[in-house]
Design a protein around this ligand. Structure first.
Ligand code: ISE
Length: 334
C-alpha cells in the first residue's frame, strides 16, 4: 500500500483524495494539509488522514512515502523541491509551477537528484479518445501528421478569467497533449483575435485562435472559446498524408424526440475527463515501485510553461513568437 500525503484540499484536492481513497487500488491517503483549516478538515474527513500544519511538515513525515500536490500553481515550487531533496515521488497537478524559470529550477533539481520523481498532472494523455488517435498515428497507416484542427470550448467562465488565462488555464492542455500526440516540439506560435462574443468582458478576448508550428513543420490551430454557451466541447482532428483521424466524441446515445435528433454534450472537464483522471492516478500508483515516470514529467511541465509564455507574448504582440527553451532537454529525460 503506497502511503500518500495530499497537499491542497480545495475542490480539486478533495476530488483527488476521494479518488485515491475510494477508487484507486494500492494506495492510501495518510496525511493532508491546507492553509485553510476548514479545507484540511474536509479533506481529512474523506480519507481519515492526519492533518499537518503545512506542506513541508507533511513531506517530511516518515509515514508519507509519496506526495500529491493539488495546491494552487504559485505554491508548487517549495514542496516540489523539498520532495526532490527527500527523494519522495510526487504527482503534481498542472501547472508544474507558474513561471518557466521556476519549472526549470525544479527540472534541474530533479536531474541533480538522479531520480525520476515528478509527474505533472496533464490528464488528457490518459483520455481514451486521445489515446486512440495516438495509436492510429503510431500505426503508421496514415503517414505523417501535417495539420491539426482543435477546439477547446467551455460553456462559460467566471468574471475573473482574463485573456492570458486562455493560455495558462485552458490551452495549456492542448500544449501538452498535442506535443505528446505528434511526438514533436513547438517552434513558434501566434494568436489571432476574432470578434469578441457579447458574453465576454473588457479583460477577456474570447474567442481566440492559437496557431502553433512544430519543429517538424506540423501546423496546429486551436480555437479557444470559453463562453461558447453550448457545452464543454473538446475536438481534435489530425490530418495526415494518407488519411485524417478525428477524435471520437464521448459516447452518448442519439435520441429522437419531437422531430429532433439530439446527442448530449458534456458541460465540464470533470465529467468529460473523469475516466482520464482515474486512469492517470492509477497509473501513477502502479508505477511507484518502478522508479519511472510513465506520464508527463517535469520536463513536459517546463516545456508547457515555455510554450505558454510564448503564446501570452503572441497575444500581446499579434506576431509570430518563437518558443525557446533555456536549455536542451537533459539526457535524463530521453
Ligand atoms: C480549467 O482550469 C481546466 O483545466 C479545464 O480543463 C479547461 O477546460 C478550463 O478552461 C480551465 O479553466
Amino acid at each position: 500500500m503506497l502511503k500518500v500525503g495530499v497537499i491542497g484540499c480545495g475542490g480539486m484536492g478533495r476530488d483527488h483524495i476521494d479518488r485515491l481513497t475510494n477508487k484507486i487500488q494500492g494506495v492510501e491517503v495518510v496525511a493532508v494539509s491546507d492553509p485553510v483549516a476548514e479545507n484540511a478538515k474536509l479533506g481529512a474527513a474523506i480519507c481519515n488522514g492526519k492533518i499537518y500544519e503545512n506542506a513541508i511538515e507533511l513531506i517530511e513525515a516518515t509515514e508519507v512515502e509519496a506526495i500529491f500536490v493539488v495546491s494552487p500553481g504559485f505554491a508548487h515550487k517549495e514542496p516540489l523541491l523539498k520532495a526532490i531533496e527527500l527523494g519522495k515521488r510526487v504527482f503534481c497537478e498542472k501547472p508544474l509551477a507558474t513561471t518557466a524559470d521556476d519549472c526549470l529550477e525544479i527540472v534541474k533539481a530533479e536531474v541533480a537528484s538522479g531520480k525520476h520523481l515528478i509527474q505533472t498532472g496533464f490528464m488528457r494523455r490518459y483520455d481514451r479518445g486521445y489515446r486512440q488517435v495516438k495509436a492510429a498515428l503510431e500505426s503508421g497507416e496514415y503517414g505523417e501528421p501535417l495539420m491539426l484542427h482543435c477546439t477547446h470550448r467551455n460553456p462559460e467562465v467566471g468574471e475573473n478569467y482574463t485573456t492570458p488565462m486562455a493560455v495558462h488555464d485552458t490551452a495549456i492542455h492542448e500544449i501538452d497533449v498535442l506535443h505528446w500526440l505528434t511526438d514533436d516540439d513547438y517552434e513558434s506560435v501566434q494568436v489571432l483575435m476574432p470578434r469578441v462574443t457579447k458574453y465576454s468582458h473588457a479583460q477577456l478576448n474570447d474567442p481566440q485562435i492559437m496557431l502553433l508550428r512544430t519543429k517538424k513543420g506540423v501546423c496546429i490551430d486551436v480555437e479557444v472559446f470559453v463562453n461558447c454557451k453550448f457545452g464543454y466541447d473538446i475536438q481534435c482532428e489530425v490530418v495526415c498524408e494518407d488519411g485524417s483521424i478525428k477524435m471520437a466524441e464521448p459516447a452518448y446515445p442519439d435520441v429522437r424526440k419531437d422531430a429532433k435528433l439530439a446527442t448530449t454534450i458534456d458541460t465540464d472537464c470533470f465529467v468529460r475527463f473523469k475516466d482520464a483522471y482515474d486512469v492517470e492516478v492509477q497509473d501513477w500508483v502502479d508505477q511507484a515501485g518502478n522508479g519511472v515516470i510513465a506520464g508527463p514529467n517535469a520536463w513536459d511541465g517546463y516545456l508547457a510553461a515555455v510554450t505558454a509564455d510564448a503564446l501570452v507574448k503572441a497575444q500581446e504582440t499579434g506576431n509570430i513568437e518563437p518558443v525557446v527553451t533555456a536549455v536542451e532537454m537533459p539526457e535524463f529525460y530521453k
